[in-house]
Design a protein around this ligand. Structure first.
Ligand SMILES: C[S@@+](CC[C@H](N)C(=O)[O-])C[C@H]1O[C@@H](n2cnc3c(N)ncnc32)[C@H](O)[C@@H]1O
Length: 344
């Protein structure tokens, strides 16, 4: 099978090296960035798929491919794998814990890491060395590298060591926030989210959606201020969903947390939708979720319902909002961010 130039560069590099990568089977593919080619490949090289991204998982399932969507691969996948291919994530700290996880494989297997140079894959040798392993470069093309790793195996691994729970000041409220490397605003509250919290519309009741909830700061704050509201929180990332659940639990708050690629996993209408929408997928700019939020929000709002969001001022959201809503206002503005509000 030929790699397509339309595929992501790291996927193209995998396809150039299929003969080596497919020597041990099944190959556990962790966090593939896209569906590209896997369905065809799976017919000749049995693979196990694992993803922390709901969008990718849905694409696989729509093609009839089994994939686990979770924070960690299941013990069954871990036992069954005869080789592992890890796609390098955007955040170095997430890469660090994923590599740590690989040291808990039950036995020695071929382990591969592939990723883009601009995402930091070149730090693989250093991180692997810190874990007591070694690696060599198998390929270097399309501004990507593919490494083969030798890691100590059967090591204890506990994800709990990477979770943090800290009190953060959210506007006028102190709340416990659960954080994990790989979840948005892992280090500190995002300045855009902070501005939104400072100007947040607070409906005293009704159904509220936190679109792209990350660690759950917006939804949890709203639920604290408006206990009668029914809060729903969605995100595409398994790590974000787990962080949101932990944030809610730590503050004794009750809300529904849903896996969803934009609107794909959510039903019914809302009285208020709030968001600090993403404009990146991995390291690449991606306006699709924000555009889906704005262009389809009307269909998910009750009459009189409100959409409020924060965005970097340079993003064309005001124009998009005006295309889809007859009433739009700017609630607040700094040199970097704007808070928009629109009414159905
Ligand atoms: C800018 S962060 C905001 C997180 C959180 N609301 C906050 O204010 O800290 C955007 C969030 O959207 C999520 N996201 C990205 N693409 C998405 C999609 N297609 N559907 C749903 N959520 C998505 C990301 O995982 C991330 O948690």
């Amino acid at each position: 099978m030929q790699a397509s130039a339309a595929w992501q560069p790291s996927t193209q590099v995998v396809w150039r090296n299929l003969d080596v990568l497919s020597q041990a089977q099944p190959l556990l593919v962790m966090n593939p960035p896209e569906l590209a080619g896997w369905a065809e490949l799976n017919e000749s090289v049995p693979c196990l798929f694992f993803s922390q991204d709901y969008r990718v998982s849905q694409a696989f399932r729509q093609q009839g491919l089994e994939i686990e969507f979770a924070v960690l691969p299941s013990p069954e996948q871990w036992q069954m794998a005869e080789a592992v291919l890890l796609f390098w994530p955007k955040a170095k700290e997430l890469a660090q814990w994923l590599l740590g996880l690989l040291t808990s494989l039950p036995r020695e297997l071929p382990i591969w890491v592939v990723g883009e140079h601009q995402a930091g894959v070149k730090s693989t040798p250093k991180l692997v060395e810190a874990l007591g392993g070694s690696c060599y470069k198998q390929d270097n093309a399309r501004r990507c590298s593919l490494f083969q790793l030798e890691l100590p195996v059967a090591q204890p691994f506990s994800l709990e060591e990477y979770w943090r729970l800290d009190a953060w000041q959210l506007a006028d409220q102190s709340l416990q926030v659960a954080r994990l490397p790989g979840v948005f605003s892992e280090q500190s509250l995002d300045k855009g989210s902070q501005l939104l919290l400072d100007h947040l519309f607070l409906p005293q009741q009704g159904r509220v959606l936190d679109f792209g909830c990350g660690a759950g700061v917006l939804g949890a704050y709203l639920k604290t201020k408006c206990p009668s509201a029914e809060v729903v929180m969605l995100d595409v990332s398994a790590l974000a969903l787990e962080a949101s659940k932990r944030t809610l639990a730590a503050n004794q708050l009750d809300a529904t947390v849903l896996a969803s690629d934009a609107w794909s996993g959510v039903g019914g209408r809302f009285d208020f939708i709030l968001s600090n929408p993403p404009f990146h997928t991995g390291i690449h700019t991606d306006y699709a979720p924000a555009l889906a939020l704005i262009s389809q929000a009307q269909a998910h709002l009750n009459p009189g319902g409100v959409l409020q969001l924060v965005a970097n001022s340079h993003l064309p959201y005001l124009e998009w909002l005006r295309q889809h809503f007859s009433k739009v206002q700017v609630d607040a503005e700094t040199s970097q961010f704007r808070i928009y509000r629109a009414w159905r």
